[in-house]
Design a protein around this ligand. Structure first.
Ligand SMILES: [Zn+2]
Length: 227
């Protein structure tokens, strides 16, 4: 059964690899990966096994989201942005075309909901950081100086891994109108959900009492009496 996109992430699988805990001021990047696997549960199970060579905060598919490490546990996601990164694995494949991703808008929305929460909680700016932009930042930027990126951009920026997920079909298909680029759609959902989360609660509408005869006439002009 699909859960609502704003459902709390499921637990039940604890990733086996991690590098201790961090202060919340360190959470400055939101990093999108794809797991080369079809389901969130399958990925969560994989990260719980010693055979896995990495780990992540979230595993997301169209129906459900699993959290395999708490936010403040340092994952093995994509060096050098492990101590400063909140990492998320989407179910899917780097070889996918944009249309394969766009068939799974619900997964993008589900990830975006969690990203919007993170960006508010840890004051992470909603901006996409390409490899060129990442290179201008240190791996540990000041608070509010990070942003959103992908494993592919991190690999390009610092060449510590050769992973290129979530792949060119997700990131920057050439010549496609921007609304068909999954990455851009994902960011538009993040902005939308942030707005919803930050909107002040709507005041309850009260029925206005009818005006009395006295209230409905204009008060006399008292200024005139002062002259
Ligand atoms: Zn990755």
């Amino acid at each position: 059964m699909p859960t609502p996109i704003n459902a709390e992430p499921r637990r039940g699988y604890k990733a086996i690899h991690s590098s201790g805990t961090r202060d919340k001021a360190y959470c400055q990047f939101i990093v999108t990966h794809c797991g080369e696997a079809p389901t969130a549960q399958g990925m969560a199970r994989w990260f719980a096994s010693s055979a896995s060579g990495g780990s992540t905060q979230l595993c997301v598919d169209t129906d459900v989201c699993y959290q395999t490490l708490p936010d403040l546990t340092i994952p093995w996601g994509a060096p050098p942005l492990n101590s400063t990164g909140l990492h998320c694995e989407l179910a899917g494949y780097s070889a996918w075309t944009p249309s394969s991703w766009l068939l799974r808008r619900r997964m993008l929305q589900r990830a975006a909901w969690q990203y919007a929460r993170w960006s508010i909680k840890y004051q992470i700016p909603v901006r996409w950081l390409t490899a060129a932009k990442l290179r201008k930042l240190t791996a540990i930027p000041g608070k509010g100086k990070g942003g959103f990126t992908s494993h592919a951009e991190i690999s390009k920026a610092w060449e510590k891994t050769d992973h290129s997920d979530p792949g060119p079909g997700f990131l920057t298909p050439s010549g496609a109108p921007t609304k068909t680029v999954p990455r851009i759609l994902l960011m538009s959902y993040v902005k939308k959900y942030r707005k919803q989360m930050l909107a002040p609660p709507k005041p309850k509408k009260k029925a206005k009492p009818p005006l009395s005869a006295e209230q409905s006439t204009r008060p006399p002009n008292q200024d005139r009496e002062k002259t």
